[in-house]
Design a protein around this ligand. Structure first.
Ligand SMILES: Nc1ncnc2c1ncn2[C@@H]1O[C@H](COP(=O)(O)OP(=O)(O)OP(=O)(O)O)[C@@H](O)[C@H]1O
Length: 248
């Protein structure tokens, strides 16, 4: 039968509460569909929570400028457009222009229309534009991390620089090595629930144990690991913030 597809409500993320301190680099791990990107979108303000609120000392910036770019325009015009969309003044764009083009590694292709780029080339340009901001609160979703080996290395360098400058970083990654290497704290999400919030080595070990048991079909032992993880959670109560803070 033709007609409208049924609307299916999805609880992408259930009630959770946490405080990120200045200087923390917080990794987020979890299976596909566990709510990691949703949490990042809530923190960045790209989505609004159905209930609750996010308070931040400055505007959190997600590494990515997808919506702003125009395929018909050349790479260099898109650099300007992307930077304007991120709120940069023209003088700042002029200062940063050369380094953005260099980071993109596109060479002469920067003068060609973006629609002529391969998907890897487009990602490189997007990343180079996005990485030109120096936010206090930085959000990195691994899904953005594309490109060839050479570009990955260069983008990692720039990400490390950004992380070093930023006050707080949130990093979503399926690479537990990256999480352990780069983060001071790790959150484990599963089916929209926050299961664990602690040091990266402990949390990634529990998560890995859990997925191994699930892969082997040991549903009961996986559930035990899940329950143990949840029992370590300490509920953070966040009070309504006073002046100087903004509700996002
Ligand atoms: N725009 C959307 N419309 C409907 N459901 C959505 C939408 N975005 C996310 N979801 C659902 O919300 C849940 C959480 O998705 P989310 O993208 O946050 O997961 P994730 O942990 O980032 O997954 P992955 O590791 O696959 O990137 C999933 O069940 C997903 O299907």
């Amino acid at each position: 039968m033709l007609g409208r597809p049924p609307l299916v409500p999805v609880d992408a993320l259930n009630t959770l509460s946490l405080v990120a301190e200045h200087g923390e680099s917080i990794g987020i791990v979890g299976r596909n569909g566990s709510g990691k990107s949703t949490l990042m979108r809530l923190i960045s303000g790209q989505s609004n929570p159905t209930r609750g609120a996010v308070y931040a000392s400055s505007v959190p910036v997600m590494l990515g400028v997808n919506a702003a770019l125009v395929p018909e325009l050349s790479g260099d015009h898109n650099v300007i457009l992307g930077c304007l969309a991120m709120g940069m003044a023209r003088a700042e764009i002029d200062d940063k222009f050369a380094s953005i083009v260099e980071l993109s590694g596109l060479g002469k292709a920067i003068h060609l229309p973006m629609r002529s780029y391969s998907s890897g080339m487009s990602s490189r340009l997007r990343f180079a534009i996005a990485a030109s901001v120096d936010p206090e609160i930085l959000l990195i979703d691994e899904a953005l991390n594309t490109g060839d080996a050479q570009f990955r290395e260069r983008s990692m360098e720039r990400m490390n620089e950004l992380r070093a400058k930023a006050g707080s970083v949130f990093l979503v990654s399926h690479s537990l090595g990256t999480i352990k290497e780069m983060c001071t704290r790790t959150l484990w999400l599963d089916e929209g629930d926050l299961l664990m919030d602690g040091d990266p080595a402990t949390v990634t070990k529990a998560y890995l144990d859990y997925t191994r048991h699930l892969t082997k079909g040991n549903v009961d032992s996986a559930a035990t690991i899940r329950d143990e993880a949840v029992s370590t959670l300490v509920v953070t109560e966040v009070e309504h913030q006073g002046p100087g803070r903004r509700k996002l």
